[in-house]
Design a protein around this ligand. Structure first.
Ligand SMILES: Nc1nc2c(c(=O)[nH]1)N[C@H]1C(S)=C(S)[C@@H](COP(=O)(O)OP(=O)(O)OC[C@H]3O[C@@H](n4cnc5c(=O)[nH]c(N)nc54)[C@H](O)[C@@H]3O)O[C@H]1N2
Ligand SMILES: Nc1nc2c(c(=O)[nH]1)N[C@H]1C(S)=C(S)[C@@H](COP(=O)(O)OP(=O)(O)OC[C@H]3O[C@@H](n4cnc5c(=O)[nH]c(N)nc54)[C@H](O)[C@@H]3O)O[C@H]1N2
Ligand code: SF4
Ligand SMILES: [Mo]
Length: 721
């Protein structure tokens, strides 16, 4: 059968991990890629990024040889020379300033095997506490809230197949149609059955356009809306008292915290009309089955954990979890954003979601790694805080694998300063990203088609990519580079593997007994069963697709409510000087910092560059025409973009996509204040000023500007429910 030929793999981009088949072109040059209808998750669908996901792999700018910075630029060197120099420089830093003077920064696009190995590399080869990764900018708020409430963080608590049974679905700060396009078919199936799709987003996104209801909420106010919904449910007697009594604890404090949020107060704060609040509360609680999904729109906020928590409180109060059509989900972002957060890339974490501060966890992992438990370092600090450690001179050497933090971190100028202050920066990448170009030692790694390994999709389904090609030139497999570097550091005996599967077997043992238990999963099972869900402790039993049917993961089996109240950080608010909300996010054609998709001609043709979305009223007040250049300023910096005048955004809000580097990078502007629990930066909400380029002196200030300050009351354009 034609469908059976080719190497089985999964798209490198988003967390849907759609299945593909890869085959060498008949000419021998490059690869053919086609969807694989034999794999269930996306039913043989791919989005436009997926159809082109193999093209950047053979781009002429691929890094193919180790490079070392010499006076006047990069010089090509042998692997032996590059590894020796990297090891010597990192060791000399550690010799002078201690083990913790070298840090490690990872990524959620890496395979489970590589992510696991990177965590082990930091703790065993470098013995540094300082490791964190780009998933901190992505999943950390959801992870923290889910851990607190459920005792476990798995993005979706249900398999995707449970979605079509829902009668009502809330998508909160999630633009699925552009970010996980093939997931939309699950929502469409629910809608065909009569289910209602409600989208809560300051912008009328492609997702909002197919929804039954769109609430154009004021940025940063979702927890207020959720409190208002809960208050209405309580007031009307629509909550599930039986579920609350049997399966949860802590409800009283939440009832109290929600009490002040009358529909009128919610309207004034969020812009969602009072009547809509009550209608939505009724519809959600009285629907037999309902689900809530969050994504970065509410999570990348200084109150990201609270926003997710407030959504979870609604799920628990209505008893909508653990059944088909019922559940909570934080929609994971990166290809391996799920697996990448489970096995040790996080500052406080050992494999299998174990805590690095738990003595039993340390003993278990030290035994698997063959090291003395006392030699395992303690917890480090979060991703952005590592850059602050660099500017303070405490971290002096850094290894980055699979991330482009210069472009993806908030407050770009601080991050650039931090990396420039290092004695040594070692980067392993496949392409010359903005971060890679700052390296002292730049090592050529492997792209997704070149390495075998597992990833874990947004459902918690562990899947397998097979190797279809070899790395180009002298580029090497990522995991092999880590082993080679460990050997150069004199730790080779802890890092001798002959293939990725051998690393996976060690990961299985390291995770065994942990929350994210992979022990029962093997490559052979994954292929036979079209992926295996975790937790899966037994080789001969299926993994758990649907969580929390009978009990939650806390020792007493109960879920926890947590109150969300006025206490807490406020996002930077618009004022006279910076009168707009600035928010950032994605477009369908590009992926993250764009190092891959901006090198794919067909995607660039569709979306060639960044822009700022501006409401027509706002544009008119500032004399800005569509396509004209405007300048945005925040307390961190300024940047210029062409205006995209559209009524699909609130008049008090501006939006810039985040896929560009350098002068076009929106993180020149974003706020680096962090959520106090998750340490997530505030990518989705800060205050900004707008001016037309060339009209700096004529731009109206004062009253006109104040009209857009978001401080005024403004009705949202929400449709009635
Ligand atoms: N095409 C494409 N797909 C991707 C990616 C990509 O780069 N490109 N990246 C992947 C990754 S890593 C991730 S994390 C996911 C991200 O997936 P999403 O989180 O869905 O995408 P974003 O565009 O970052 O943000 C979603 C929406 O949040 C809205 N928003 C902003 N502020 C607020 C607010 O205060 N409240 C509410 N309710 N909404 C708000 C924005 O208008 C935006 O439409 O996508 C994954 N898929
Ligand atoms: N303003 C703003 N900023 C944001 C966000 C936002 O919404 N707004 N979103 C945040 C989110 S959710 C995320 S996830 C981060 C992501 O931020 P980053 O991780 O910095 O973004 P990527 O572009 O994925 O960078 C991955 C790098 O690794 C390389 N790479 C990819 N695959 C491999 C591999 O297999 N091996 C090797 N060796 N290298 C590889 C790529 O070439 C690229 O240089 O950005 C965050 N930044
Ligand atoms: S939906 Fe996501 S995984 Fe599927 S093809 Fe598109 S980018 Fe790739
Ligand atoms: Mo992400």
């Amino acid at each position: 059968m034609e469908g059976d030929s080719g190497v089985r793999s999964h798209c490198c981009f988003c967390s849907m991990q759609c299945a593909v088949r890869l085959e060498a072109k008949p000419s021998g040059e490059g690869l053919d890629l086609r969807p694989d209808p034999g794999f269930p998750v996306a039913g043989g669908r791919l989005c436009q990024k997926g159809f082109h996901a193999h093209l950047h792999v053979s781009h002429p700018e691929r890094l193919t040889t180790p490079l070392v910075r010499r006076r006047g630029g990069f010089a090509a060197v042998s692997w032996a020379q590059a590894l020796e120099e990297a090891a010597a420089r990192l060791q000399s830093i550690q010799g002078r300033y201690g083990a913790g003077a070298v840090g490690v920064f990872g990524g959620g696009s890496l395979t489970n095997e590589t992510a696991y190995l990177l965590g082990k590399f930091a703790r065993v080869a470098l013995r540094t506490p300082f490791i964190d990764y780009n998933g901190r900018y992505c999943m950390s708020s959801a992870a923290a809230a889910m851990n607190r409430s459920f005792g476990l963080d798995r993005g979706l608590t249900n398999p995707l197949d449970d979605i079509p049974a829902a009668d009502i679905i809330l998508l909160v700060g999630a633009n699925v149609a552009e970010c996980q396009p093939t997931m939309m078919s699950y929502f469409r199936r629910a809608q065909k059955r009569g289910g209602r799709l409600v989208v809560i987003d300051p912008r009328e996104t492609a997702t909002a356009r197919v929804a039954d209801v769109h609430l154009r909420i004021r940025p940063g106010t979702d927890w207020i809306l959720m409190n208002g919904l809960l208050r209405a449910m309580i007031a009307e007697g629509w909550i599930d008292e039986d579920f609350i009594a049997r399966r949860t604890s802590g409800f009283e404090a939440v009832r109290e915290a929600a009490a002040p949020y009358t529909p009128e107060r919610v309207e004034a704060r969020t812009g969602v009309p009072a009547g809509v609040v009550v209608d939505l509360a009724r519809q959600f609680s009285l629907a037999p089955r309902g689900m809530i999904f969050t994504a970065r729109g509410v999570e990348q906020q200084v109150r990201g954990v609270d926003n997710v928590q407030a959504c979870i409180n609604l799920i628990l109060a209505t008893g909508k979890i653990g059944r088909p059509g019922c559940g909570f989900g934080a929609i994971t972002g990166q290809g391996n954003g799920q697996g990448g957060r489970e096995h040790g890339q996080k500052a406080d974490q050992l494999p299998g979601y174990r805590s690095i501060e738990d003595p039993a966890a340390r003993r278990h992992v030290a035994r698997v790694w063959g090291v003395d438990e006392r030699d395992l370092p303690g917890p480090g600090t979060s991703a952005f805080e590592m850059f602050q450690q660099m500017t303070a001179g405490r971290i002096r050497g850094l290894l980055i694998l699979g991330s482009n933090p210069v472009a993806s971190s908030p407050h770009r100028s601080l991050v650039r300063r931090a990396l420039a202050s290092l004695d040594t920066l070692v980067v392993i990448d496949i392409l010359p990203s903005e971060t890679a170009r700052m390296a002292d030692i730049l090592l050529p790694g492997s792209a997704w088609t070149e390495q075998e390994g597992t990833t874990t999709n947004l459902e918690g389904r562990v899947i397998l990519r097979r190797q279809a090609t070899s790395p180009p030139g002298r580029a090497r497999l990522d995991w092999r580079i880590l082993c080679d570097l460990a050997a150069a550091l004199g730790k080779g005996r802890h890092f001798s593997y002959s293939c990725a599967e051998e690393i996976f077997h060690e990961l299985r043992r390291a995770s065994a007994g942990g929350e994210a238990d992979y022990f029962g999963i093997t490559y052979e099972r994954i292929e036979r069963e079209n992926g295996v869900f975790w937790p899966c402790p037994d080789l001969d039993r299926p993994g758990q697709a649907r969580l929390f049917a009978d009990r939650f993961a806390h020792p007493d089996g109960r879920a926890r409510f947590f109150p969300v109240s006025e206490e807490g950080r406020r996002p930077e608010q618009p004022d006279m000087e910076y009168p707009f909300y600035l928010t950032t996010g994605r477009v369908v054609d590009h992926y993250l910092t764009g190092t891959q998709t901006r090198r794919t001609e067909r995607l660039v043709r569709r979306t060639p560059g960044p822009y700022v979305e501006i409401h027509p009223e706002t544009a008119a007040a500032f004399g800005i025409g569509d396509g004209e250049r405007v300048r945005l300023r925040t307390r961190r910096g300024k940047a210029e973009y062409p205006a995209k005048v559209t009524d699909r955004i609130r008049p008090d809000t501006l939006f810039v996509p985040c896929h560009w580097e350098g002068d076009e990078c929106v993180n020149q502007l974003t706020d680096d204040r962090l959520d106090p629990i998750s340490r997530m930066p505030s990518f989705k909400c800060c205050a900004a000023a707008l001016e037309k380029v060339g009209a700096e002196h004529t731009t109206s200030k004062g009253e006109d500007v104040h009209a857009f300050s978001g401080l005024r009351e403004e009705r949202s354009s929400a449709h009635s429910v």
